[in-house]
Design a protein around this ligand. Structure first.
Ligand code: GAL
Length: 688
């Protein structure tokens, strides 16, 4: 490993907070470079990420390598005192490559190959593509590994972005090997996939495909679950192929990373196996465009990006932002986001830093003048003039310099939200599971955000995170709908509760095994003893049905899905009202070891989340430090004795906050207390 022990244990690869920018020398005449780099330096953008799509600049013909172009660019960078994150160019295979080796291409389920003209048209399993990838990465490592201005390496670009479906012939073969390794025999596979249903038994491995064209949309869900695990494993192995090579060439202290975050991919495993740090691409304005919310969560808009940042922090506690939105967004065929309003570039940068980013790199230096992304705007417009965003960047730079020693400080959570990749994958194919999971995770986020109660996402199965699952770190855990529960997970959760933690679970918990088949034990299956109760009946709830829960004299909506519970060793806290199961248990509390389990027969609305946070004493941990309106997000990062408080106003209107004890405003170094007004989209950072 090139990183030191502290980094390997989840520490930061950055010694101080840094800013950077994405740059594409291949898009601009050489006459631009010196001035561009000079201006970056002047604006405090100390690092550029380059080369991640530029395969032809290194290998214009098969086997003919040249490094002249980027050698020259690196000379300019060195002169300008700019550091470099070097990308491996495998997200965009050249036309000569896919023409000669069409097996490298990805394919649709019907076998039609995807072609040249966009990007990410390759597959992870083609032996030829892996060979050519290994060769180009080896050549880049050999040539640039010791280059003084390089500080890090980015593998590929956004693995699984644009598509996370792979159906080429190479994938078919690799899928069969994956299954042979997993099941050994076809009998075992048939059993796991429940092929007795609809006569789907396989009698020859070659009959198995990733997914064929089927009648309607239905497809064997157990096969689909294994397929998603397979896609994840393929992406990790492709990343590993590259990181193993780079490790042999890079300088001590340089890091290997990749940027994300996309579906069908166990990012925790990829980071553990291949990377020194993980980077997230943050475009908060995307959130306005998300309309598929089943309920009402669109109201948090760009603030909802904090949920993605929470997920990124779960993968890597001190992550980087490889691409931070800095302009209006759109492709030539899509329109995504308007120009950031005055203050929003600072707001989104602070949002990333508040959540744990130690490096923020903007996308991109100057808006590209050709191709699909002519409307995905960067800091500069096509004309290169100084503009409003440049002015805002100057203010960001000033603040980031004052915050430099924040690097490595940890986000302070009040509780944890538990997830697992098996459940993520299962929820995708299973609408009964997916709807409740999406609802509750969104509402837990919204409820906690509005109540100024910060939280972490914690993945079961991720070694580092499981080791941190203690009541000291997380006095409360929500695991809203852990549908698939394994013996190992059961043990992890039991140990946590036994040691004094409060675990809160919801409907549809524990009713599937690892293959995604329903269990025959009463629900919640393996979690029954821990929950101290079981499910007698269950039903989904139509939107117009006014089912409620009565708890502590209040009524809570119980939409979407209800499990009618039966207490065994637990006591009944809440009961249903407004349905044929009126008066029956809706919320149980079970004391187990030094801790307890709250078992809700429903999904978690934000009102209920807030009531639970209050009930267990986890709500508003900073109430004695600050009071702030709902529309402001609060976060604290802590480094030893040092604490930094972030206050982020997502509304366009001024907002008044009250500091209840002395805090130093990092912008002017003055200790303040009492009332302060933040401008619309304004932010403050205080040292406590
Ligand atoms: C990211 C990607 C960039 C650029 C940007 C805007 O997902 O990594 O290369 O495409 O989006 O579309």
């Amino acid at each position: 490993m090139a990183v030191d022990q502290e980094q390997a244990a989840g520490g930061s690869v950055w010694k101080k907070l840094e800013l950077g920018v994405c740059y594409y020398p291949e898009h601009w005449d050489e006459s631009y470079w010196a001035e561009d780099l000079r201006r970056m330096k002047e604006l405090g953008l100390g690092t550029v990420r380059i080369a991640e799509f530029a395969w032809n600049k290194f290998e214009p013909e098969e086997g003919k390598f040249t490094f002249e172009f980027f050698d020259r660019f690196l000379e300019y960078a060195e002169k300008a005192g700019i550091r470099v994150i070097f990308g491996t160019p495998t997200a965009t295979p050249p036309a000569w490559l896919t023409q000669r080796y069409p097996e490298s291409l990805n394919a649709r389920t019907d076998g039609v190959l995807l072609g040249h003209g966009a990007r990410r048209h390759y597959n992870y399993n083609s032996p030829k593509y892996r060979e050519l990838t290994a060769r180009i990465v080896e050549k880049l490592g050999e040539h640039y590994g010791q280059h003084p201005c390089i500080v890090g390496w980015q593998i590929d670009n956004e693995l699984n972005c644009e598509t996370a479906e792979f159906h080429s012939e190479s994938d078919q073969r690799a899928f069969r090997s994956f299954l042979k390794e997993k099941y050994g025999t076809l009998e075992a596979l048939n059993e796991a996939w429940g092929t007795a249903f609809w006569n789907q038994d396989y009698t020859d491995w070659d009959q198995i495909r990733t997914r064929g064209l089927t009648v309607g949309n239905s497809f064997n869900p157990h096969q689909r679950l294994d397929y998603l695990r397979f896609v994840s494993r393929s992406a990790v192995s492709f990343c590993r192929l590259q990181s193993d090579i780079l490790r042999r060439y890079i300088k001590p202290g340089d890091f290997i990373t990749t940027n994300g975050m996309f579906g069908h991919l166990d990012n925790h495993r990829m980071t553990e196996e291949c990377l020194d740090t993980y980077m997230y691409d943050s475009y908060p304005d995307f959130a306005y465009a998300l309309t598929e919310d089943p309920v009402r969560s669109a109201d948090l808009n760009d603030r909802k990006w904090s949920r993605n940042l929470t997920e990124a922090r779960s993968i890597c506690p001190h992550f980087g932002i490889m691409e931070q939105q800095s302009g209006a967004n759109g492709w030539n065929d899509r329109m995504e986001a308007p120009a950031p309003k005055p203050g929003q570039m600072m707001l989104w940068t602070m949002q990333s830093i508040a959540h744990g980013a130690d490096y923020v790199s903007y996308f991109r230096w100057r808006t590209c003048r050709m191709g699909t992304e002519i409307y995905w705007h960067g800091i500069l417009d096509y004309d290169s003039r100084d503009n409003r965003r440049v002015e805002e960047l100057r203010r960001i730079r000033e603040r980031v310099e004052k915050l430099a020693d924040l690097a490595g400080a940890s986000y302070v959570p009040a509780f944890g939200l538990v997830k697992s990749y098996d459940n993520n994958f299962d929820a995708e194919a299973d609408n009964w599971h997916g709807r409740v999971q999406y609802f509750s995770e969104t509402e837990i986020f919204c409820g906690a955000q509005l109540a100024h109660t910060p939280f972490d996402i914690v993945y079961l199965g991720a070694e580092r995170q499981e080791s941190e699952l203690t009541p000291e770190k997380y006095p409360l855990l929500f695991y809203p709908h852990g549908t698939i529960v394994t013996e190992h997970e059961k043990e992890v959760l039991e140990n946590y509760v036994r040691a004094g933690g409060t675990l809160c679970i919801g409907c549809r918990s524990g009713y599937k095994d690892e293959c995604g088949r329903c269990v025959t034990e009463p629900m919640p299956g393996l979690l029954r003893e821990l929950a101290g109760g079981n499910v007698r009946e269950f039903t989904w709830v139509r939107p117009e049905e006014p089912v409620k829960m009565i708890w502590r004299g209040r009524q809570f909506a119980m939409p979407l899905f209800n499990d009618v519970l039966e207490a065994e060793s637990a006591r009944v806290l809440g009961t249903f009202a407004g349905s044929w199961y009126e008066g029956r248990p809706a919320l149980l509390e079970h004391v187990y070891g030094k801790g307890r389990v709250l078992y809700l027969g429903g999904v978690f609305t934000r009102e209920l989340v807030q009531a639970i946070l209050e009930y267990v004493g986890a709500a508003e941990p900073w109430a004695d430090v600050i009071s702030a309106p709902e529309c402001c997000e609060l976060a604290i990062r802590r480094n030893g004795g040092q604490e930094f408080l972030f206050v982020l106003n997502y509304s366009g209107e001024p907002q008044t906050i009250v500091l209840k004890r002395q805090a130093m405003d990092v912008d002017d170094g003055i200790w303040v207390t009492g009332e302060t007004t933040l401008k619309g989209y304004g932010t403050k950072v205080y040292r406590l």
